[in-house]
Design a protein. Structure first.
Length: 143
């Protein structure tokens, strides 16, 4: 078990990014097909507000629920990565929620929060430090 470097994180993020995009595409299809694209664009403000809330809620729930319940997203599972508390325990929902928003901050700073792991001795990102969590790599066991 070891803390994860930037390249493995990017690999898992790519997998998860495609999964989130697929979920958002299904939402867009469900929102537009029954009414037609033009009616959605000029639709009621309540409908548009609900649609926009769902577009933000899907990535939030995808990451926080997977991190909280399984300790890993599907992309992390493919790369044999797991999220845990810095002290080695399980993470709380409050910690994964904080981690999600701190990761947005890491991206908003042109990705510097992620690149920080290159220089950090423990390979921790800004959102790892803020949420007191870390991602660890579990190598394949020889059978």
């Amino acid at each position: 078990m070891q803390n994860v470097g930037l390249m493995r994180r990017i690999g898992a993020m790519l997998y998860d990014g495609f999964l989130v995009l697929a979920c958002l595409a299904v939402l867009a299809m469900l929102a537009t097909v029954p009414l037609g694209f033009e009616r959605v664009q000029t639709g009621s403000p309540i409908y548009l507000a609900g649609y926009n809330v769902l577009r933000m809620l899907i990535p939030f729930l995808f990451f926080t629920l997977y991190w909280w319940k399984a300790g890993m997203t599907l992309g992390m599972q493919s790369w044999r990565l797991k999220l845990e508390a810095i002290d080695g325990g399980d993470v709380t929902y409050a910690a994964v929620t904080l981690r999600f928003f701190a990761a947005l901050l890491s991206w908003a700073a042109v990705g510097i929060g992620f690149f920080w792991s290159i220089w950090d001795k423990q390979h921790l990102t800004w959102h790892d430090h803020i949420s007191k969590t870390r991602i660890v790599y579990y190598p394949k066991e020889d059978s």
